[in-house]
Write a protein that binds this ligand. Structure first.
Ligand SMILES: NC(=O)c1ccc[n+]([C@@H]2O[C@H](COP(=O)([O-])OP(=O)(O)OC[C@H]3O[C@@H](n4cnc5c(N)ncnc54)[C@H](OP(=O)(O)O)[C@@H]3O)[C@@H](O)[C@H]2O)c1
Length: 286
């Protein structure tokens, strides 16, 4: 049997890299396209590029993730996170491919007080969340076959993510302040990529929440990272008003993985275990 043919867009991002690595190690036929190869917001070039690549699955790892900048550059965010998904949906239909796309816990307002299930109604509180919600609407309305995966607090190699900022921020410092009023589930790209490939293989369709297990505040996550790094300084719990930012963040945007566990047959590892593996991977690459 021929190996599954996969096109990965946004291939140089955190998730794109690990998705690529995993698909290659599974001996799939992989075309990896970074933003320099395909700009998903450009309708015509998406059509031409996809038309020239008869693949079984398109995995879209491309996104505009600058949450604060999106408040002002909202047209850019809407073009990539919204219209880009429209373009890919139409392209996937043209070649009969499954479209796999990722959305975010930030489509929810964070006020529910319990983890959000796939049955809960999105109500974004910032432009980034709105742009990702537009992408969700596009894939649902347009793609013939799709897998929409919401995830949260993504970390992996290739970007200045939260763990890297904390590790770097501790250097030469005796005190660090981190917020307690943002709570979600840190999610490691290696685990997310593996679960995504398993969902594709199981022919899953529709919407899934996929995160590492458990949840924590930014403060608790930082405390764990700093503990692993053997830092001896003072970690001070603060609330978000100490760090004024352009975009409001949801307070409690944990995603309930109900439906995912039933389909995959497993839960993703705990966020602490995932963070430890990432910190090891970071060490190996330095
Ligand atoms: N990061 C998080 O905390 C988080 C949380 C929840 C959900 N998610 C979602 O999870 C998915 C993966 O996120 P990630 O953290 O791996 O993203 P990432 O590291 O920010 O990578 C995104 C990639 O998309 C590329 N890109 C941007 N605009 C593009 C365009 N117009 N056409 C093609 N490629 C473009 C970027 O390339 P350039 O660098 O060249 O622009 C970058 O390589 C995304 O859908 C994201 O929204 C992320």
């Amino acid at each position: 049997m021929n190996p599954m043919k996969v096109l990965i867009t946004g291939a140089n991002g955190q998730l794109g890299r690990d998705m690529q690595k995993l698909c290659q190690s599974a001996s799939l036929d992989v075309t990896a396209a970074g933003s320099e190869v395909i700009d998903i917001s450009d309708m015509r070039s998406v059509g031409t590029f996809i038309g020239g690549h008869q693949v079984d699955v398109i995995i879209n790892c491309a996104a505009y993730n600058a949450v604060d900048l999106a408040e002002t550059s909202w047209k850019k965010a809407f073009s990539v996170n919204g219209l880009g998904v429209r373009n890919l949906s139409i392209g996937a239909n043209q070649i009969g491919a499954l479209l796999v796309h990722f959305s975010t816990d930030y489509v929810f307002d964070g006020s529910l007080g319990r983890p959000y299930t796939i049955a809960d109604t999105p109500r974004p509180v910032n432009r980034y969340g709105e742009s990702k919600f537009l992408g969700e609407s596009c894939i649902r309305d347009l793609a013939d076959r799709y897998l929409l995966i919401r995830t949260s607090w993504v970390f992996g190699l290739g970007k200045d993510n939260f763990p890297i900022k904390i590790i770097r921020g501790r250097k030469d410092k005796q005190e660090l302040k981190v917020v307690t009023d943002q709570v979600s589930s840190p999610t490691y790209t290696m685990d997310l990529a593996r679960a995504t490939l398993d969902l594709i293989r199981k022919k899953a369709r529709g919407t899934f929440h996929v995160t590492n297990s458990g949840y924590c505040s930014r403060y608790e996550w930082a405390a764990h990272i700093l503990d692993q790094a053997g830092w001896q300084g003072d970690l001070i719990p603060v609330t978000s008003d100490v760090f004024p930012s352009a975009a409001v963040r949801p307070a409690f945007s944990v995603l309930d993985n109900f439906g995912t566990e039933e389909t995959l047959g497993y839960l993703l590892p705990d966020w602490k275990d995932a963070t430890n593996r990432f910190l090891k991977e970071l060490e190996l690459t330095r």
